[in-house]
Design a protein around this ligand. Structure first.
Ligand code: NAD
Ligand code: MLT
Length: 541
């Protein structure tokens, strides 16, 4: 597996990937065609905020499984395009939170006491003691915009330093804010009016883009602005003007709408705007932590294990994963069988869970069932993009659960519909791990789902099974196993054959020419090679 790393991450993360046996290539600061060429054979791409992972990148990377973001913000990654291409996007949201919070606190002190400006003048040989009269943060009001992971850490630190905290975050409760000693304010304007210092800790989203402009800055009159979240949340021209004309006393910025910050940015021309080059997460501990977390997610994705911080794939609790893991291929297989047997455009898919499995979070199992349904239609599909594919194609998906199970400890039923026509396939696990198809369209069967299978519907008449066996045999199609089920004596029957080879069309035609046979369909599943290998005696046997 090839891992391409296009922004610098700590060596510990690269080592972790190499130890796992992957080919790791670092190619920093590439963009445009160079980036598109570099991702062509990549199975994983690891970035920080420097690489723009656009739709074109996904189009150029047919084998990409995961984009790992060694950090929090994913605004440089087109997640919708990733989902369309079935690529997981995962970030490392924990490792640099404290570093970002500490940087915010440092920036608060730096701007309140003009530390960078005084430092620069002293280095230039000037003792400008009387030019600086700072502001104490003690007893001042801090307005926190966004009380998520970083915002909370900032709140804890600045609360203990004597600040009064007010919060604007429409997605949290009053109680949550109170846990951090903060008062939740319903509207942004009121929060800005109350604050002496405002610190931004939201992601850059359409709703947060330019959320602080000229009018909002006017409400903060006489205050300070800190942004260690993302550029683009504050209108930079408006901020430069507001600090320049004294509406806002000072601003401390670590992040910018365009990075690196262009030399002609108006922010650089205003003395009371202090800046750092996106250093919030740049501590040794944080970088090591996010690099290792990102490497672990890549390894999990390669091994089809749950990717804990996946942003566009069904989430799974790590402790629950071993319980649901065997149902993932079972549901996928049931989906494949159902879609192939219906053999028509599908307008609706229902996944029903019975018994123990119904106690679990089944999001990933359902996504796998959808993957199974779509695979025979040859859509580029995996569990990441299957739910989106269903939505895009107007296919209704329903999921239902019953805790009681009549005959099995757990049962997963995939039903596919085309208008009024429907077909259901039920699967279970024998001994908790062996997948079995136990019902097809209401017929009770016991079929091991692998390789080539033939499903025949026929009238329950003497000699039919013998006839099918003879036709297959005469055409060199070996039967590895079979199961026959019938509705009633002399009624309709369904027979499932496991075969060692695929069935030529002429064989199907010959079988269908017998009027005791209603329908014959070949199902193709994975696993033929493994089974043949297992069953073929070696010279040592
Ligand atoms: P988070 O997702 O944990 O928290 C974001 C918070 O913002 C949430 O509580 C959410 O409810 C709130 N929010 C969302 N929309 C909002 C809106 N319109 N108004 C007010 N609040 C809103 O994110 P986090 O991990 O705390 O990261 C916060 C920001 O810091 C992100 O932009 C991240 O990229 C950035 N960051 C920067 C650095 C750096 O190096 N400078 C380091 C780490 C994180
Ligand atoms: C982040 O979102 O994690 C930060 O931007 C840190 C970074 O990678 O520079």
């Amino acid at each position: 597996m090839n891992v391409l790393v296009t922004d610098p991450i700590a060596e510990a993360g690269l080592d972790r990937l190499r130890e796992a046996g992957y080919d790791v290539r670092t190619d920093y600061d590439i963009e445009g065609q160079e980036l598109l060429d570099a991702v062509a054979d990549a199975n994983a791409l690891i970035v920080r905020s420097g690489t723009e992972v656009s739709r074109a990148v996904f189009e150029a990377a047919p084998d990409l499984v995961i984009v790992g973001r060694a950090g929090i913000g994913v605004d440089n990654i087109d997640i919708e395009a990733a989902t369309d291409h079935g690529v997981i996007v995962a970030n490392a949201p924990e490792g640099n939170v404290r570093a970002a919070a500490e940087h915010t606190v440092a920036m608060a002190f730096a701007v309140a006491r003009s530390i960078p400006q005084a430092h620069a003048r002293l280095k230039d040989g000037e003792w400008a003691k009387s030019d600086y009269l700072g502001t104490e943060i003690n007893n001042k009001t801090l307005g926190i915009i966004g009380l998520g992971r970083v915002g909370q850490e900032v709140a804890k630190r600045l609360d203990t330093l004597g600040m009064n905290l007010v919060v604007y975050d429409p997605y949290i409760s009053e109680e949550r804010a109170a846990q951090f000693g903060a008062e939740l304010i319903e509207d942004l304007e009121e929060c800005l009016r109350r604050a002496d210092f405002v610190t931004i800790h939201t992601p850059l989203l359409p709703e947060t883009e330019n959320m602080i402009g000229t009018e909002e800055l006017a409400l903060l009159e006489g205050g300070y602005v800190i942004n260690c979240a993302r550029g683009g949340i504050i209108d930079e021209d408006a901020l430069a003007a507001a600090v320049d004309d004294g509406t806002v006393v000072g601003a401390a910025l670590d992040v910018f709408a365009e990075e690196p910050l262009p030399a002609d940015s108006p922010l650089l021309a205003v003395d009371d705007v202090i800046v750092t080059p996106h250093l919030g997460a740049s501590t040794e501990a944080a970088q090591e932590s996010v690099a290792i977390d990102t490497a672990e997610q890549v390894i999990a994705a390669f091994n089809e294990q749950p990717v804990l911080n996946a942003l566009n794939a069904p989430s799974v609790d790590e402790t629950a994963f071993p319980r649901i893991e065997p149902y993932i291929p079972l549901a996928e297989t049931a989906g494949k069988v159902a879609a192939q047997l219906l053999g028509k455009r599908i307008t609706e898919i229902e996944v029903h869970y019975e018994g123990e499995v119904a106690e679990e979070d089944v999001e990933l199992i359902t996504a796998s069932a959808l993957k199974g349904v779509f695979t025979p239609l040859e859509w580029q599909v995996n569990a990441v993009n299957a739910p989106q594919l269903a939505k895009d194609r107007g296919i209704e998906v329903t999921e239902s659960k019953t805790r009681q199970a009549a005959d099995f400890q757990s049962l997963v039923t995939v039903t596919v519909r085309n208008g009024d026509e429907e077909l259901s396939v039920c699967g279970t696990l024998f001994a908790g791990e062996d997948p079995r198809i136990v019902r097809i369209d209401g017929f009770r069967v016991d079929a091991i789902p692998y390789g080539h299978m033939l499903v025949a519907r026929n009238y329950d008449k003497p000699g039919v099974i013998g006839f099918i066996g003879t036709v297959l045999g005469e055409n060199d199609v070996n039967i590895a196993g079979m199961f026959n089920a019938r509705e009633t004596y002399g009624g309709e029957a369904l027979t499932v054959y496991n075969l060692d080879h695929s069935v030529p069309d002429v064989v199907i035609e010959e079988l269908l020419s017998d009027d005791r046979i209603i329908e014959v369909k070949e199902i193709v599943l994975d696993g033929q090679e493994e089974l043949t290998k297992r069953e073929t005696p070696t010279s040592a046997d």
